[in-house]
Design a protein around this ligand. Structure first.
Ligand SMILES: C[S@@+](CC[C@H](N)C(=O)[O-])C[C@H]1O[C@@H](n2cnc3c(N)ncnc32)[C@H](O)[C@@H]1O
Length: 222
């Protein structure tokens, strides 16, 4: 594991001035953009897998799971649940299947864009038991606000999926914005630093920790 990860570089020093306006607009106007065919295919695969495994089992989502380390751990810790690790990168997901000799039966690693998949899940009325989004791409430039999940038009869909939300980041401002966006959306969240030497849950967490960076954790009940 490399201990050479640089801290997030940003031209933003506080919560984005446009956050309130952007979040309120997204809460008021449902996002109606078309959903890509490959996300529809991925959702069909997920539906079939869930039906075969037992759709009454609690559903847990690890969005942006990368190489699947946290998804595998979550599935092992919750054998009664169905865990879905989603990532848009086929390369990262392939690495997951190569690195682990076996994956738990209650885990599906799925290639999809979270925004499309979340909308399809919400459209079918699916409810999550747990939703973790660990080290999402920070999109650190001020101009990137609308690419961050809380500034994205999919934000109300993420909320509607429900469950215990956990997000982690090495950039505390990202999670402070999530906390503020949740408050605008009527939801309280807790934010704190992780202990410096805790057992890392993901590859990125391990890399940031080894580089001497502090990692942060936000939790909320949606
Ligand atoms: C910084 S990495 C973190 C990966 C992993 N959670 C970890 O902590 O090691 C962010 C991951 O999110 C994925 N990602 C970013 N945007 C996504 C999207 N819209 N849909 C699905 N995956 C996405 C990337 O492919 C990448 O694997």
């Amino acid at each position: 594991m490399f201990a050479n990860s640089r801290s997030v570089t940003t031209n933003q020093t506080s919560i984005h001035d446009d956050l309130d306006r952007v979040v309120r607009r997204h809460l008021q106007h449902p996002w109606r953009a078309p959903i890509a065919d490959h996300d529809v295919q991925a959702f069909r695969r997920l539906q079939q897998w869930r039906d075969a495994q037992g759709s009454e089992r609690p559903l847990m989502l690890d969005s942006g799971c990368g190489t699947g380390r946290s998804s595998r751990a979550l599935a092992s810790q919750n054998p009664n649940a169905l865990v879905v690790g989603v990532d848009q990168s086929a390369v990262r997901l392939d690495r997951a299947t190569r690195r682990f000799e076996t994956l738990p039966d209650n885990l599906l690693l799925l290639r999809a864009d979270c925004a499309g998949l979340w909308r399809l899940m919400a459209g079918e009325g699916w409810q999550l038991h747990r939703h973790q989004i660990l080290y999402p791409n920070p999109w650190p430039k001020s101009a990137h606000l609308k690419r961050r999940w809380h500034g994205h038009p999919v934000w109300p869909t993420l909320l509607s999926l429900g469950g215990e939300l956990e997000m982690r980041s090495n950039w505390p401002l990202y999670l402070q914005e999530v906390q503020a966006a949740l408050k605008i959306s009527g939801i309280q969240a807790t934010l704190s630093a992780l202990p410096e030497q805790h057992e890392p849950l993901t590859d990125f967490e391990e890399k940031y920790q080894a580089s001497g960076q502090l990692n942060w954790r936000l939790t909320a009940s949606l």
